[in-house]
Design a protein around this ligand. Structure first.
Ligand SMILES: Nc1ncnc2c1ncn2[C@@H]1O[C@H](COP(=O)(O)OP(=O)(O)OP(=O)(O)O)[C@@H](O)[C@H]1O
Length: 824
């Protein structure tokens, strides 16, 4: 190959990711360096600028556009001679990494970046990652070394590795992953490959006295061998190491694979050091000291955060659980990859696995249980999930159903053997007041024993305080957190790193949908103008009142759009879920349209009957759900989702709702698309919230179209609220509702409402593309006719009107009875 001259990076390419931006600004001359003394807040910091000083360049004279990029003009970055082959750009000031998804080395680079960095945005051509202290902690805890990280990053990068990033990696990894908390033969040990690190701990005034044995030296033994564990359900049942390095190999296109392999061979040297049989050294501490030691290790004076590992193969104190995956159960490549991060060195590492909604987190948890084969405790967010987890254990594994005990307000099963599986909710195990006698008995049983594995479902919604209680009360040797969105609106997600463990794996949503594991979804926001009378009332309400929310949700135009879309999709053979957080709206819409609805107060038997009918009865194609349906609900029949009211700007809720259709059974039919509509009242706060809600999904590569025209809606037969009289009546009904009717539903024990109202980092805005329903679903373009009658006169709350409302309510009740009769 002829020598390639150093080229300048194209400014636009380097600047592209900056459109999804953070609010921080860097300074030209560099911030203070990351010296050891400045490590105080490092655990919660992002990569900071370090000492890298930017060379000044004469931008103005160079070309007419560079100055537009201001400080983000990276056109003077030095490029390596063969930069075209390399897939990464590294922004020198903040350590942001841009990955080209069209590069032949994309797969390899992506696998590596997931291990060392946080994915920020993964749209179709360009993915953005950030290296943080947390992501490096995770990298080190799954076995990567400082030199692995620096070497591979440099090899993949088109530009020389910035010094400040290199220093940051060295500084961070110097302390991370150096000490492990290992529970072996029911005893706790602090273990390290480096005896000097243990010496440092013993010199510490807090940790030193907590050592149990008074001996001079340390216990010395061979380090665990990588890849020594067999994960059930994998085709080859091979060691984990193979799964780590060769994901999805069979699926890759042959040519591209050969090309990538050839390039990799030239660019990367194989690192064969993994097999090295190092010695490990350890000393013992008391079980009661674990929390104090772990806390002290995170203190800046010590700065050696512990990773947790469980040597379950050598635990003969705790009884073995008879459990294996059924022979028919085949875990998918990404599930195997995620699990291989957990069991990569033959032990169980505690940490968090992030998989999209509907991608099968339950099976990942079950497979982990089948690997550890000791007592398991599973904690979920609701009693409904508890039942689903039990069903899934029975479906996927050969465990004796009598070995599964549910612990909820209604069910307090006990398992019969020496050990078993307990499935409960976070609220059940953390509630401390007013426990019934039975419930206290079960709780004592849970607290008195050791558990091999604790599976923590939907970890992102559980408040840190609750986690602390859980981890304090339940003695589990390993913890596996499962979530779809490592996202909290209150930014408390970082605490999970310490309470559970680092993130072990995070899958790419678009990749999974390309591979057919989750459905392809067309997302659209339908803009519904407010009718004049509703808008006038809306403007009259104070900005703090709940009535505003009720008005934009009950907007007749929105109702009509909902009715139209239900009809449109029912005719296409879709099964539709309509979501509303507001119970008044939920009931009003459902009753008016003659559909069944479920909300927090719907009794279990009725819920099950409705869901069963939705799944099996061809006459029941649409159901209305409150936020109780946001998570866990497994309805693979659902192919279309319409959202009429939502919880402010919660990105987490938006993603989880989308999850209800990602598991669509028909996802592998040719040309199949699921549909996700958000109905938004124009020129109201709802538009603002809606754009905030979409930010996470947009970062996962989903494009939201805007629909402003619904074809022929004015000629839709039986369109609700088509007369001024009906709209006035609706408005009057809305205005008669109490302030609380405008609130979102409150469900007892519901953890999701506790996450804080959607606050999102500054600068996170969503771009919408104009679109029509026809583009999404193959229909023709639609002319949307805005209702534009002159302003309605104010209605008085006359007795006559109120009695009319009552008549309407009686009619609605009759309709509801008919729906119930239809459901049988
Ligand atoms: N390896 C697999 N083979 C076949 N089916 C699978 C596999 N993994 C998961 N599934 C199926 O995919 C569906 C979704 O799984 P699951 O309910 O565990 O998703 P989830 O990730 O927990 O979603 P959510 O976050 O929405 O609760 C289920 O019907 C499950 O049986």
């Amino acid at each position: 190959m002829p020598p390639v001259k150093r080229k300048r990076a194209p400014a636009a390419a380097a600047a592209t990711p900056m459109t999804v931006d953070s609010d921080e600004e860097y300074t030209e001359d560099g911030a203070a360096g990351n010296s050891d003394d400045e490590n105080m807040n490092r655990l919660t910091e992002k990569f900071s600028m370090g000492t890298y000083a930017r060379k000044k360049k004469p931008t103005a004279s160079r070309d007419p556009v560079s100055h537009l990029f201001k400080n983000r003009d990276f056109s003077d970055l030095e490029l390596k001679p063969d930069h075209e082959k390399r897939p990464l750009w590294i922004e020198p000031y903040k350590g942001r990494i841009i990955l080209e998804s069209f590069n032949p080395l994309f797969k390899l680079a992506e696998g590596f970046l997931i291990e060392i960095a946080e994915p920020q945005s993964r749209v179709s051509r360009i993915h953005e990652y950030t290296i943080t202290a947390h992501s490096l902690f995770a990298a080190v805890s799954i076995g990567l070394t400082t030199s692995d990280i620096i070497y591979k990053l440099d090899q993949f990068s088109k530009t020389p590795l910035p010094d400040n990033l290199r220093n940051f990696i060295i500084q961070s990894t110097k302390s991370f992953g150096k000490v492990r908390l290992v529970l072996k033969h029911t005893k706790y040990y602090l273990e390290s490959q480096d005896p000097a690190v243990l010496q440092k701990l013993l010199r510490d005034p807090v940790i030193g006295p907590l050592r149990i044995d008074e001996a001079e030296g340390f216990t010395k033994e061979k380090a665990p061998k990588m890849g020594g564990v067999v994960i059930p359900g994998t085709k080859t049942a091979a060691g984990a190491k193979e799964a780590v390095q060769q994901p999805d190999k069979a699926k890759e296109d042959d040519d591209a694979e050969a090309q990538a392999e050839q390039m990799t061979a030239t660019l990367l040297e194989e690192d064969d050091d993994d097999e090295e049989q190092d010695q490990v050294h350890s000393f013992e501490i008391h079980a009661q000291s674990v929390e104090a030691v772990s806390k002290r290790c995170r203190h800046p004076d010590v700065d050696l955060p512990l990773t947790e590992e469980y040597d379950f193969n050598n635990d003969d104190h705790n009884a073995n659980l008879e459990i294996d995956l059924k022979p028919a159960a085949q875990i998918r490549p990404y599930q195997e990859q995620a699990l291989s991060k957990m069991f990569g060195n033959g032990r169980a590492r505690s940490g968090i696995i992030v998989l999209p909604c509907g991608a099968g987190k339950t099976l990942v948890g079950i497979t982990a249980a089948c690997t550890v084969r000791k007592g398991v405790i599973v904690l979920c967010t609701s009693a409904m999930s508890v039942n689903q987890w039990k069903d899934e254990f029975v479906k996927w594994s050969n465990v004796n159903p009598d070995d599964i005990a549910r612990f909820t307000a209604d069910k307090k099963d006990q398992f019969t053997g020496n050990t078993g599986i307990v499935i409960s909710t976070y609220s059940m195990v953390t509630q401390s007041k007013n426990r019934s006698h039975d419930s206290q008995k079960v709780m004592n049983f849970i607290e008195e024993r050791e558990w091999g594995l604790m599976v923590l479902d939907e970890v992102h919604v559980v408040p840190a305080e609750m986690f602390k209680k859980v981890t304090y009360k339940i003695k589990a040797h390993s913890k596996l957190g499962l979530t779809a969105t490592l996202l909290r609106e209150d930014d408390k997600i970082q605490e999970l790193n310490f309470l559970i463990g680092p993130k072990l794996y995070e899958a790419n949503w678009q990749e999974l949908s390309e591979q057919g594991h989750i459905a392809k979804v067309q997302c659209a926001e339908v803009w519904c103008s407010m009718t004049t009378e509703f808008y006038t009332e809306y403007l009259r309400q104070g900005s703090t009142t709940n009535k505003r929310g009720l008005l934009f949700t009950m907007n007749p135009k929105k109702f009509q759009a909902c009715q139209y879309l239900i009809d449109y999709h029912e005719k296409r053979g879709d099964k539709i879920i309509v979501f509303s957080d507001n119970v008044y709206a939920l009931k009003s819409y459902a009753v008016k349209l003659g559909k069944a609805f479920i909300y927090g107060e719907t009794p279990n038997s009725e819920r099950e009957r409705i869901l069963q009918n939705f799944k099996q009865n061809p006459a029941v194609n649409t159901i209305f759900l409150s936020k109780i349906g946001d998570t866990s609900l497994d309805l693979p029949e659902a192919t279309c989702l319409i959202q009429i009211s939502s919880h402010y700007g919660s990105r987490r809720q938006e993603a989880q709702r989308l999850g209800r259709i990602l598991r669509a059974k028909r996802r592998n039919q040719e040309g199949f698309n699921a549909f996700f509509y958000s109905l938004v009242s124009k020129d109201t706060n709802e538009m603002y919230y809606s754009s905030k809600r979409q930010a996470f999904l947009v970062d996962q590569g989903y494009a939201f179209k805007v629909i402003t025209h619904l074809q022929d809606i004015e000629n839709f037969k039986g369109l609700a609220f088509s007369t001024a009289q009906e709209r006035r009546e609706l408005l009057q009904d809305v205005m008669l509702q109490s302030e609380t009717a405008g609130e979102e539903e409150k469900i007892e024990g519901d953890l999701f409402s506790q996450g804080g109202v959607g606050r999102m980092g500054k600068g996170k805005r969503v771009k919408r593309a104009a679109g029509t329903l026809s583009e999404l679903s193959g229909g023709r373009d639609m002319a949307y006719i805005e209702y534009n009658k002159s302003r309605n006169k104010e209605l008085k709350k006359s007795n006559a009107f109120i009695s009319k409302i009552k008549r309407t309510a009686a009619r609605d009740r009759q309709k509801m009875k008919e729906v119930k009769d239809m459901l049988g």
